[in-house]
Ligand binder design. Structure first.
Ligand code: HEC
Ligand code: HEC
Length: 243
């Protein structure tokens, strides 16, 4: 919006927006096929080499294939819209992290999009599943798969998919994320140092979890092997995202 438009009456500004909105919405879809491979290449390059503006190669921390490790969360196979939103949030400071904030600030919106698209299309890492060792009586396994009725706390799996595989582009995978990372994210939602995300779903979940709950559920998901990729929303039927 330019300087002049701010001085126009509200109704005129609104109708101007109404006229321009369809154009804005159609822009990302213009020439998608050509743009896509160029953007894929750009994303791949940032991942492997960083940028000329001083952003470090993502791969140096998140792994050569975005698989993550004990200290850094995985990015491979995580939803594109979710990854992009996290980079926005680090970039504008609403999600706080001393390592990621300065890097995200230096990425342009196009670079964030490109690198999010790149990682979302990489296959989630596979390793030997440890599911058999999760006992049903485990506090962590119980919260993850059953929730807690008396507190109206839905099972994590209801939104994050069976085995923490992730669902669609909104619900990120949890399987195989470092326990310390999961713990820090849940505490961040309690403390308000990570943006609330869609419908503040995680804020209300986190507020119902005690410290022992958080340790238990973080240990449970950290021990699960990542699955092949997010469950497609269309195949999962009802209830996803509806606590
Ligand atoms: C020096 C190490 C380092 C580098 C290089 C790095 N990251 Fe990160 N990244 C981290 C850490 C640490 C976290 C965890 C932040 C937190 O605890 O909130 C993280 C978290 C993230 C997240 C949030 C993941 C989630 O599941 O919510 C995204 C997205 C991300 N990084 C993308 C990138 C991209 C894209 C690049 C390359 C441009 C990159 N990172 C480079 C260390 C790094
Ligand atoms: C009602 C739906 C819902 C339920 C139930 C739910 N989540 Fe989430 N969760 C979300 C959404 C949506 C996000 C993405 C938030 C964002 O975009 O910042 C998320 C994100 C997360 C993240 C961040 C992942 C990352 O890569 O940074 C963690 C960790 C997490 N949830 C853990 C849990 C745990 C543990 C439980 C169960 C105790 C749980 N969630 C239950 C909806 C849910």
């Amino acid at each position: 919006m330019n300087q002049n438009s701010l001085h126009q009456p509200l109704s005129r500004r609104q109708s101007a927006w109404r006229a321009i909105l369809p154009v804005l919405l159609s822009l990302p879809f213009a020439g998608v096929a050509v743009a896509q491979s160029a953007s894929q290449e750009a994303g791949k390059q940032i991942a492997a080499q960083g940028t000329a503006q001083g952003v470090a190669a993502c791969a140096s921390c998140h792994g050569a294939k975005g698989e993550g490790n004990a200290a850094f969360p995985r990015l491979a196979g995580t939803g594109e819209a979710y990854l992009q939103a996290q980079l926005e949030a680090f970039g504008n400071g609403s999600r706080k992290n001393p390592v990621m904030q300065p890097m995200a600030e230096k990425l342009t919106p196009e670079q964030r999009l490109a690198v999010a698209a790149y990682y979302s299309r990489l296959p989630a890492p596979m390793s030997v599943s440890d599911m058999a060792s999760a006992k049903p009586a485990d506090a962590g396994a119980w919260l993850a798969t059953r929730g807690r009725g008396k507190d109206q706390l839905p099972a994590c799996a209801q939104c994050h998919g069976p085995g923490g595989s992730g669902v669609g582009t909104t619900f990120p995978p949890l399987a195989g994320l470092p326990a310390a990372y999961i713990t820090a994210q849940l505490q961040a939602w309690k403390a308000g140092t990570r943006p609330p995300g869609p419908m503040a779903l995680m804020v209300s979940v986190a507020k119902k979890l005690s410290d022992p709950d958080i340790s238990a559920v973080a240990a449970y998901y950290a021990a699960l092997a990542p699955s092949a990729g997010p469950v497609a929303v269309a195949q999962t039927g009802t209830k996803k995202g509806q606590p």
